[in-house]
Design a protein around this ligand. Structure first.
Ligand code: AMP
Length: 421
């Protein structure tokens, strides 16, 4: 049993359902959506609610307008692309609260879909202002959060609104939470984490959390250089945070205490400079004389494959080298392809996400072959760090209130004749 309620726990027919979604899609120079992954992700929830006869009212932010109306950040430009993905018309309201929102909601029928304008056009959104959250809540009878990617923010549309409406997780949120639960909540062991990327400084909390939860951490990317230097090895001109050598040693010490093995590359690819096809050689990690480490070597990749063979569960965040420039993408590509292969053979549950990881797995051509790839970025990282995500905690406390009979009374709002504002 989950700690939050889902769409299985509620009747939505003829109800006004406020759904927090992620419509923060990338646009190209012509203002067209260049990647509709996020729209695809919310389609199951939106279509299920529409098919069940709810009035589906979508709440979302777009960009960082900082509490002001910025026309280039209007969600109007996302309604047509969304309609194409859903295969259904999508209406639009020029504000997410007040008269325009209320009028638009009154004009739609059961099963219709409406996008409300950017919540961040109001300063109350990011401040999690109670009055603003209440104005949003008055527009709906129920609240559904389907935006895991925004769940690490305590904003009015992700947290505040749950204090006024019975709240549920949407299908995409449910899928993400199930995958995360399987990866680190109650995982099949051994669990191996692959942690790469540029800097230890951005992953200290993550590493400290993982040492007590996983059986091994394979450190790669620029981060591995800091760990190698902390073990007293020469990394010459490599990306390395020399001021964090003690931090790296402390992480190694806590890992040892927790019985978690820290795996560093046995060999590395050293290049003369940071450029595609720069002159390079592969040397043992303790034999670096000059140049910069840009990737893990052949032996390191073999060792990673052996760890993947031992693992039942793999959690991956961050590339193992400078994967954007050939040939320094080799370790990332080989490790990703091997993890995908083992996943497809049902030998491994693989969950990846955060930062450049999705781009790296796409580059390797295997993102589809992992058990789950999170596109949530910051929220995925905070979850890996073991932090409580306010948006999730809010869904859980909504269920608690329900169990103890304190669920907010369903908001009759303006639809039944009461003025909302
Ligand atoms: P992050 O956003 O922390 O996951 O870092 C991803 C970035 O780290 C990518 O742009 C990689 O090119 C970079 N990176 C990975 N390994 C190295 C390395 N050995 N030297 C320099 N940059 C690296």
């Amino acid at each position: 049993m989950t700690d939050y309620r889902t769409l299985d726990d509620v009747t939505v027919k003829a109800k006004r359902v406020l759904v927090r979604v992620d419509l923060n899609v990338p646009l190209n120079e012509d203002g067209l959506v260049s990647d509709d992954t996020r729209l695809q992700a919310i389609a199951p929830t939106v279509l299920e609610l529409s098919d069940k006869g709810a009035k589906v009212i979508l709440l979302a932010h777009f960009g960082r307008p900082k509490g002001k109306v910025v026309t280039s950040m209007s969600l109007k430009q996302v309604t047509d692309p969304l309609a194409r993905v859903l295969g259904k018309p999508v209406a639009f309201a020029s504000d997410c609260v007040g008269d325009p929102a209320q009028a638009a909601i009154l004009s739609i029928n059961d099963g219709d879909i409406l996008v409300l304008e950017n919540t961040r056009f109001h300063a109350g959104e990011e401040k999690n202002d109670r009055t603003f959250a209440e104005s949003l809540a008055k527009l709906g009878d129920l609240y559904v959060n389907d935006a895991f990617s925004a769940a690490h923010r305590a904003h009015a549309s992700t947290e505040g609104v749950t204090h006024f409406l019975p709240s549920y997780a949407g299908r995409s949120m449910e899928k993400e939470l199930n995958a995360l639960q399987k990866a680190l909540g109650t995982p099949k062991r051994p669990v191996v984490a692959l942690v790469g990327g540029a800097k230890v400084s951005s992953k200290i909390d993550l590493l400290n959390n993982l040492v007590s939860r996983v059986d091994a951490i394979i450190v790669g990317g620029g981060m591995a250089n800091t760990f190698l230097a902390a073990r007293g090895l020469n990394v010459d001109k490599s990306l390395c945070e020399h001021d964090l050598l003690d931090t790296a040693r402390m992480i190694e010490a806590s890992a040892k205490e927790a019985g978690c093995t820290i795996v560093l590359p046995d060999d590395v690819v050293v290049a003369e400079n940071f450029a595609a096809n720069a002159a390079h050689k592969t040397v043992a990690a303790d034999q670096v004389k000059d140049g910069m480490i840009l990737d893990a070597g052949y032996k390191a990749v073999e060792s990673i494959k052996q760890w993947i063979d031992k693992a039942e569960t793999l959690v991956w965040n961050g590339p193992l080298g400078a994967f954007e420039i050939t040939p320094f993408d080799r370790a990332t590509v080989k490790a990703a392809q091997y993890a995908a292969e083992q996943t497809q053979k049902d030998h491994l549950l693989s969950v990846a996400g955060g930062g450049d990881t999705v781009a790296a797995l796409n580059h390797a051509g295997v993102a589809e072959k992992f058990s789950y790839v999170s596109t949530a970025g910051g929220a995925f990282l905070e979850w890996l760090e073991g932090k409580t995500l306010p948006g999730i905690a809010a869904l859980e406390s909504s269920k608690q209130k329900h169990v103890s009979g304190l669920d907010p009374v369903i908001n009759t709002g303006f639809a039944s004749g009461t003025a909302a504002e």
